[in-house]
Design a protein around this ligand. Structure first.
Ligand code: GUN
Length: 291
């Protein structure tokens, strides 16, 4: 039976560490870190995510602001909000919750955020810095996965990692970070058009699932003893039993894996914890005191 990686416990540890760092920054006369979240429209999942992020900020001693726009907002309306937050010295981090309504080009918005305040690390400058091994910020979800592996004692050096899913937010940066010097994994970036995906997944010592298809990855896709990290958060219909499911068939996979993350309670809480980490770092960088 696999060791279950407790993302809630590890995220709570990270949040405590950030809270201690924030307290130290304030005690030294530094600024109170401030995150501005921007929410466009009424997407129910986005509303929950933003509320969770704000609550976590407050608990860590980080100020949070919420800017709300109606789903009829234009790209120019949203750009005006971003420009105002860029120019506000009290705001250290800016997060525009995705997805945006279809009429707004996400790439234009992400490029407009001041890279120094881009705590999601989605701006092309921050993506470039990360790929070149000199990150300003690491993207929150892949960073959360790295912390889960490190704090659970899962080795990466010399191991075969397979990342399933090639999104800009998770799959692509995840693959880059695992291959980076110091982590030293050999990485395969697989996706929906990869031939014989089960066979490819079976080569993985570390399998990262980020596809968004409930319980797609079964027991026979997993090498015995592998670390299985499930980034998927899929809402099930009432016909499917309701609730949330990951991309991995957890019960079956846990019989063969060496380590496994549950959904919920695995990667999800880490994403929020790493956002707090980045917001603290943004305030440190603004104050010229980054460690
Ligand atoms: N939507 C889904 N994940 C994320 C994330 O990490 N950041 C933002 N801004 N939006 C998201």
């Amino acid at each position: 039976m696999a060791e279950i990686i407790d993302g809630k416990r590890i995220a709570s540890q990270v949040r405590d560490e950030v809270a201690a760092g924030v307290a130290k920054l304030k005690a030294a006369g530094g600024p109170t870190p401030c995150l501005a979240a921007v929410l466009v429209g009424e997407n129910p999942a986005s509303q929950v995510y933003v509320r969770n992020k704000q609550r976590a900020c407050e608990r860590a001693g980080i100020d949070s602001r919420l800017e709300r726009l109606p789903d009829t907002a234009s790209e120019a309306d949203l750009l005006a909000v971003v420009e105002r937050l860029n120019a506000d010295p009290a705001v250290h981090g800016i997060l525009v919750q995705l997805p945006l309504p279809g009429a707004i080009a996400e790439a234009n918005i992400l490029r407009a955020i001041d890279p120094a305040k881009d705590v999601d690390a989605f701006h092309p400058e921050n993506v470039g810095l990360m790929i070149q091994g000199q990150p300003r910020y690491l993207p929150c979800t892949p960073h959360g996965v790295l912390e889960l592996l490190r704090r659970s004692g899962v080795p990466t050096a010399g191991k075969q990692a397979v990342v399933v899913g090639r999104s800009d937010i998770v799959g692509k940066p995840m693959a880059m970070l695992l291959a980076q010097r110091g982590r030293d994994a050999t990485v395969t970036l697989a996706h929906s058009l990869t031939p014989d995906l089960p066979r490819v997944c079976r080569t993985a010592d570390i399998l990262i699932a980020a596809v968004g298809r409930p319980r797609m990855i079964g027991k026979d896709w997993i090498k015995p003893g592998a670390a299985v990290i499930d980034v998927g958060i899929n809402r099930l219909s009432d016909d499917e039993g309701g609730g949330l499911a990951g991309d991995v068939d957890f019960e079956a996979a846990a019989e063969v894996a060496g380590w496994i993350t549950p959904v919920p309670g695995g990667v999800g809480p880490m994403t929020v914890a790493m956002l707090l980490h980045n917001t603290h770092r943004a305030a440190q960088l603004a104050a010229g005191v980054a460690d």
